[in-house]
Ligand binder design. Structure first.
Ligand SMILES: Nc1ncnc2c1ncn2[C@@H]1O[C@H](COP(=O)(O)OP(=O)(O)O)[C@@H](O)[C@H]1O
Ligand SMILES: [Mg+2]
Length: 274
């Protein structure tokens, strides 16, 4: 009996892993869509200003053309770095992760999309220690939450992204708050369920409508021993908060304690967070 349920558990765990991987591929697909689109915009700018500079020999026009080409190329560089940031951290290992640059990189990827839908970004970043996180996965959570927020703000507006260190709890909070349509009370218990969606299908950017975004967010955050919370009011807006544990320097092994120099400051005790 015990063996049967053990193998059942193992099977379930393997299926969960597979699902996470499939969701990651889907998120990567969406990301490729966004990035390719962004790159195309940048390329168009570069092509047009290169032609302008070639056609016009006067110095002022050429300077302007070079200026525009340079800023477009810098933007391309930023986009590449944001995607490479994901690739670099692909190990699926928990590591000390600075959340502020992660949020910035995610915003870079969505910059043009947000502009297109007339959404301004307000950032409130407070100094915070690194979190214990898989950067890649947290970026997926952020992409999901920000895309949902954007889709809820049909008329545009201001999207708030906040990073806050809760020192008392030793957790880092990331909040994504939109002044969008809000979530009806009767939907709130269902939004984290897999395949729950109120959208008729993917929007013009190919995102949403499958009802897997928040389920994936919940799975990822739980694997981080974190929490995800929602507050919402219809017609007023929605705030999602992800709480992640602060990275703790591993305690030295028992044998290693003997070589700690005398007089070294004691490490704070490391009680489990949950
Ligand atoms: N910021 C938000 N504002 C309003 N509703 C939201 C927001 N985020 C999520 N929802 C609701 O939760 C549902 C599930 O979200 P999600 O799992 O991302 O799936 P999908 O975006 O594919 O519908 C959405 O269809 C929507 O009804
Ligand atoms: Mg979604």
């Amino acid at each position: 009996m015990a063996t049967a349920s053990k193998s059942g558990e193992a099977e379930l765990a393997a299926l969960r892993q597979q699902l996470l991987r499939a969701q990651r591929m889907a998120a990567l697909g969406e990301l490729v869509g966004t990035t390719t689109h962004e790159f195309n915009n940048v390329l168009t700018t570069i092509l047009n200003y290169a032609k302008l500079g070639l056609r016009n020999k006067d110095e002022a026009t050429r300077d302007k053309a070079f200026d525009r080409i340079l800023s477009a190329a810098l933007r391309a560089e930023k986009i590449t770095n944001s995607v490479l940031g994901m690739a670099r951290n692909r190990s699926d290992e928990f590591a000390p992760t600075e959340l502020e640059p992660l949020v910035e990189q995610t915003l870079t990827l969505l910059e043009r999309e947000m502009q297109k839908y007339r959404i301004a970004i307000r950032k409130e970043f407070q100094p915070a220690p690194p979190a214990r996180a898989v950067g890649n996965q947290i970026q997926q959570v952020l992409l999901n939450l920000m895309t949902n927020a954007r889709q809820a703000m049909a008329g545009g507006g201001e999207l708030l992204v906040r990073v806050h260190h809760d020192e008392a709890a030793n957790l880092i909070d990331i909040t994504v708050r939109d002044p969008g349509c809000g979530i009806p009370r009767e939907h709130l218990p269902k939004i984290f369920e897999r395949f729950f969606t109120t959208k008729s299908g993917p929007d013009a950017t190919g995102k949403g409508g499958a009802g897997v975004g928040l389920a994936m967010c919940r799975d990822i955050v739980e694997a981080h021993q974190g929490r995800i919370r929602v507050e919402s009011a219809v017609g007023k807006g929605t705030a999602f908060t992800v709480r992640l544990p602060v990275w703790q320097t591993p305690e030295p092994a028992a044998g290693a304690a003997a070589i700690t120099p005398l007089g070294a400051p004691g490490l704070p005790s490391q009680s489990p967070l949950y």
